[in-house]
Design a protein around this ligand. Structure first.
Ligand code: NI
Length: 400
């Protein structure tokens, strides 16, 4: 099924591919997206926009499309991320990375191309707009603390009523769209627990406080957090991934260090898990006369999708001809995304757009050296973002 927006996006397919391929060939790491930002800004200006660059002293940029007759309605924001990964590309594609060791292996090149596509399609339909549209190109999604938080702090959501983010997804076939209401991507926290005992000769443990025994008991005790402190309707992961201590078979070491990660789908559950990690670590250590120091570094919060925003996105998907069987209700994902910071501020929907096509060799996971996407996804994504913005504009929400 084709609709005017979908057909217009399809007519833009070669341009979308050209944008994506240029960005793909010239990837930049998190926080270093200077050339990427210049390229995107130049293309936006060519489309008639006046982008504001270097937001919050980052490579982030925003561009607004204002209606002819301002109605005071809140804007809808569309967000794309810009950074690549420290991976050496092995696709052999003609548009493969020209920068050894750097690769757009998560599809952020496609995100920028689709948002530029929406910029083009929306500019042509400016007369239909009743509410402003804000385009957000955000740096440094891949590297905590991320580029979203500084942009939000700088006010990029001021006057914005809803925000949408689209992520290409290699696990789903091209032509499909996946999302869910509520928690979608996980909150991440990194753990470092240092257990300090009293070292000495392994033959005389009575003179020592053995941090290895404390660490062993603690690793098992930490596994009771999910089973005993979290409700059956909630979920969490506590993984201890590194245990380091000791230097010889006849020495009881002074210290053992544990590292690991915590994944949760809500802030209250993250708070419970982190509090229990503290209590168990200090409690188990104290019981043995040792001391535990716990450092928890919080990563991104959970991405929580708003029900109304998801409805609007799915209505837009149907409106551009995505069939009911191609709309997937997804399970919460274990990965993190700094889109979470936008979703904390205003109602938001984060969406996965299928990019997989085995016949074209686009079947490798994200962050893989042979990751690639079926570019047939690009017009679909551009059309979807355009339709969402137009639908919002018709509803005409007032500013928050
Ligand atoms: Ni990504």
């Amino acid at each position: 099924m084709s609709t005017p927006i979908r057909a217009a996006a399809q007519a833009l397919a070669d341009t979308l591919s050209a944008w994506r391929r240029h960005l793909h060939a010239h990837p930049e790491l998190s926080g270093q997206e200077a050339e990427t930002a210049r390229y995107v800004a130049a293309e936006l200006r060519r489309l008639g926009y006046q982008p504001r660059e270097q937001i919050a002293d980052t490579h982030g940029l925003i561009a607004d499309l204002l209606p002819d007759s301002p109605s005071g309605a809140a804007a809808v924001a569309l967000r794309a991320d810009m950074d690549a990964l420290p991976i050496t590309e092995e696709t052999g594609a003609t548009y493969a990375s020209r920068r050894p060791g750097v690769m757009h292996a998560c599809g952020h090149d496609a995100h920028m191309a689709m948002l530029l596509g929406a910029a083009a399609l929306l500019a042509e339909r400016r007369a239909e707009l009743r509410a402003p549209v804000r385009l957000i190109f955000q740096p440094s999604e891949e590297k905590s603390p991320g580029g979203a938080a500084p942009l939000v702090a700088a006010g990029v959501l001021n006057g914005v009523g809803e925000v949408y983010g689209l992520h290409i997804w290699s696990e789903m076939p091209v032509g499909t769209l996946g999302t869910r209401v509520g928690p979608f991507m996980s909150a991440t926290s990194e753990l470092r627990i240092t257990i300090t005992g009293r070292g000495g000769h392994a033959a005389m443990p009575q003179q020592c406080v053995d941090p290895i025994v404390v660490a062993a008991e603690l690793v098992l005790a930490l596994q009771t957090i999910v089973s005993r402190s979290i409700a059956m309707t909630d979920s969490a992961v506590v993984s201890i991934t590194q245990v380091q201590g000791g230097s010889a078979s006849n020495i009881i070491p002074e210290m053992v260090e544990l590292r690991g990660t915590v994944r949760t789908l809500s802030e209250p559950v993250r708070a419970i898990v982190c509090a229990r990690v503290h209590e168990l670590a200090t409690g188990v250590a104290r019981n043995h006369g040792a001391a535990a120091e716990v450092a928890i570094r919080e990563g991104y919060p959970a991405v929580v999708n708003d029900a109304n925003a998801v409805s609007r996105a799915l209505a837009a998907a149907r409106a551009i001809g995505i069939g009911e069987t191609d709309i997937v209700t997804m399970s919460p994902q274990g990965g993190g995304e700094d889109f979470a910071y936008y979703a904390q501020k205003v109602p938001a929907a984060f969406l996965f757009l299928g990019g997989r096509n085995e016949t074209k060799g686009c079947c490798h996971p994200h962050h893989h050296p042979r990751f690639d996407i079926d570019e047939a996804a690009l017009p679909i994504g551009a059309a979807l973002l355009t339709q969402v913005a137009l639908d919002w504009s018709v509803t005409g929400k007032t500013p928050r």
